[in-house]
Design a protein around this ligand. Structure first.
Ligand SMILES: *Cc1c(COP(=O)(O)O)cnc(C)c1O
Length: 442
């Protein structure tokens, strides 16, 4: 980006200065609309994704016995975390009005992160397309058949490729190999060793890069284009991936109803979602706003070194701006969020949907990691802790938002939902390393 252009942007968006200085910020989306709208995605596509997942439930039960209990659905629970609420209040000297809930996607079956939604869905969808086209499968069949040797060798002719900072690759690798596909995962330099090792153990090919996520994705895309039998899972543009995440919203509605959590004009729901390239949080946010309308307030959380979605939405430039343009280095311990350039597709969809974005420091992530372990015996990977700061940022810096939306008198009846995006697959030795690091801060 040219210097003049940069200068213009800093004039036009005064908050950019704080962002470039790695200060924590809360950015409020001025394009937010009561009735959000987009021409890029529809609720029919959400319903279709849910139906596809239902068709696959019998296969998933056979392939992953841990899914028998949920009848083949990949879903996580919601739980109240009152001790963590108190711990955060003590640590940051604030009172958080309302209740603090956790959406346990860190414990999602199969791959232990939010990517078990979108990533697995896109692989299933691709497998279904191939199987239907070959005449070997009909939509009315019992999909448990897909676990047979016949289908394994059928899928072996095909390759699935993906670029990832870790968790997406893990999800695609596990489900792809289970079905019989060849899987090639292009991993950025941020990807943790244990994730690469686990993937190799499952039989996937791991290609490592010394560069960041955008480079890994681009290389993967180019290599995949040369092979007509290869399907590239495009984290930056895929609608299937996005659709897989949206389904979470309908499921959450059911869970909130069951636990008598109201969401209406006097009971606001705040949802805090850690954001990398945007697909995971974007899909969830789309679904939630379609269901709960103006009563759900959604904030994306990003590391101070990687606020790509904040930059893209604030400037309206989407993927035409990256964190390096404002001299940020995209270096963070939150490996799942180490993305320098946001998805244009997701950014465009989100324009009228999300309430805003906020940033967190790595220090805060580790502080939260220690607090969660001490207060709730809860382990989440560093990325997932970005969601824990939603209520705090809102109280520290969201006065204008709360006034604008006339929320002050309803805050004591608010629900703050932290979307825990990953952690249950992290090996013990790595957990110990993270916890030791957290002790430097708590
Ligand atoms: C991928 C990931 C996210 C963010 O999802 P995006 O689709 O990249 O925005 C958040 N947390 C964790 C742990 C992740 O792996």
């Amino acid at each position: 980006m040219k210097n003049e252009r940069k200068h213009e942007l800093f004039e036009q968006f005064p908050q950019l200065k704080a962002i470039a200085n790695k200060e924590t910020v809360l950015w409020e989306n001025t394009n937010w609309m009561k009735k959000a709208k987009t021409s890029l995605f529809t609720m029919e596509e959400v319903a279709e994704a849910e139906e596809t997942l239902q068709r696959f439930s019998s296969y998933l039960k056979v392939a992953f016995p841990e899914l028998v209990a949920s009848n083949g659905l990949i879903e996580s629970t919601i739980l109240e975390i009152p001790a963590m609420k108190r711990a955060l209040e003590n640590e940051y000297g604030l009172f958080i009005p309302g209740q603090l809930l956790l959406k346990s996607d860190h414990a999602l079956p199969i791959s232990g992160s939010i990517k078990a939604r979108g990533g697995i869905y896109e692989v299933l969808k691709h497998a279904e397309r191939l199987a239907l086209a070959s005449g070997k499968l009909k939509k009315v069949d019992d999909y448990a058949r897909l676990a047979s040797a016949e289908f394994q060798s059928f899928f072996q002719q095909y390759t699935i490729a993906v670029g990832s900072t870790g968790n997406l690759g893990l999800s695609i690798g596990i489900i792809g190999k289970k079905l019989g596909f060849n899987v090639v995962v292009h991993m950025s330099s941020d990807a943790k060793e244990w994730k690469k090792a686990l993937l190799r153990e499952k039989g996937a090919t791991v290609v490592e890069y010394e560069a960041d996520y955008s480079v890994a994705v681009e290389q993967g895309r180019q290599e995949a284009e040369l092979d007509p039998m290869c399907h590239f899972i495009d984290d930056e543009n895929s609608k299937d991936l996005f659709a897989g995440y949206t389904v979470a919203a309908m499921r959450l509605k059911g869970q909130l109803d069951k636990t008598n959590v109201s969401v209406d004009g006097t009971h606001p729901l705040f949802v805090y979602l850690p954001c990398g390239v945007g697909g995971g949080p974007g899909g969830v946010a789309y679904g939630l706003r379609e269901i709960f309308g103006e009563h759900v307030h959604i904030f994306f959380a990003e590391p101070v070194a990687s606020p790509c979605m904040t930059l893209g939405l604030m400037t309206g430039l989407h993927d035409a701006i990256c964190v390096e343009d404002i001299e940020l280095d995209n270096k963070t311990e939150a490996d799942g969020l180490a993305v320098g350039r946001a998805s244009k597709f997701v950014g465009k969809v989100m324009e009228t949907y999300i309430s805003g974005c906020y940033t967190v420091t790595d220090e805060e992530l580790f502080t939260s990691l220690g607090l969660a372990m001490d207060s709730e015996e809860l382990f989440l990977e560093p990325s997932a802790h970005a969601g824990m700061f939603g209520a705090i940022r809102l109280l520290q810096k969201g006065e204008h938002y709360i006034a604008q939306h006339k929320l002050a008198k309803h805050m004591s009846q608010a629900t703050h939902l932290v979307w825990a995006t990953g952690g249950s697959m992290v090996p013990d030795s790595m957990r110990a390393t993270y916890l030791a690091k957290s002790r430097d801060f708590v």
